[in-house]
Write a protein that binds this ligand. Structure first.
Ligand code: GSH
Length: 223
């Protein structure tokens, strides 16, 4: 295999990196993975800061473009690959709404509870605060999925990948998602798409990641 066109800087523990890796996996795109040791402060190093002034992963490099922030990366990839980005302007707007909402409620919910539990040893009351916030967000997703299979439109989009990224890690945040039955079924649907992999299969060092399968939706030509 030649050099893949996409390079993703990340760390295997990052749900935000996983969102981008998930899209690439489902689209059947190979990518170069560059391991960034966030626990050793690599995001604060001068060379990384020059790449991403926000000093965070994920970062996507594609040709001469450097893109940061997981949801912006998802939008960039969807537009570049021509998949998962919504069928029309209305769907694109709905997708942006969902990504803005989940970036707030799930990050300051699941991701913060997980960080406090697994890595930072937060006070239990603080962890409970974030867990309750996540559970309130689960209620909303559960209602939304009453009469639909995907968050926006009738096929998977970057809204689903963005929202689901941390749900696949919810158990590490001390959250049991099984009582939210429709949400659970939606996560199950995502995990059955050809090419899907769990976050625990993220590369742990620099690697060329080859796709295992390509998910082809029946209406891909419309995108
Ligand atoms: N809003 C950012 C959040 C990114 C973020 O929190 N990245 C974490 C890993 S999940 C990180 O880089 N942590 C290391 C650091 O801040 O130095 C996004 O959506 O990409």
């Amino acid at each position: 295999m030649g050099n893949p066109e996409y390079r993703l800087y990340g760390h295997f523990e990052s749900g935000n990196v996983y969102k981008a890796a998930l899209l690439l996996a489902l689209a059947g795109k190979a990518y170069e993975f560059r391991h960034v040791d966030i626990f050793a402060g690599a995001t604060k190093a001068d060379d990384f800061t020059a790449l991403n002034p926000f000093q965070e992963i994920p970062v996507l490099v594609h040709g001469s473009s450097t893109i940061t922030q997981s949801d912006v990366i998802l939008r960039y990839l969807a537009d570049d690959i021509g998949r998962f980005g919504g069928k029309d302007a209305g769907e694109r707007r709905r997708i942006q709404e969902w990504m803005a909402w989940t970036s707030n409620k799930f990050t300051n919910g699941i991701a913060s509870a997980r960080f406090g539990t697994r890595f930072a040893g937060f006070d239990p009351a603080v962890i409970t605060f974030f867990q309750k916030r996540a559970e309130a967000a689960f209620d909303l997703v559960e209602r939304h999925l009453a009469d639909r299979e995907w968050l926006v439109g009738d096929s998977p989009t970057i809204a689903d990948f963005s929202a689901a990224g941390y749900i696949f890690l919810a158990d590490e945040a001390g959250l049991d998602t099984s009582p939210w039955r429709r949400m659970h079924a939606w996560i199950e649907r995502l995990s059955l798409l050809p090419g899907w992999h769990h976050p625990d299969k993220m590369p742990r060092k620099d690697a060329i990641v080859a796709p295992t399968a390509v998910f082809n939706a029946p209406d891909d030509d419309d995108v």
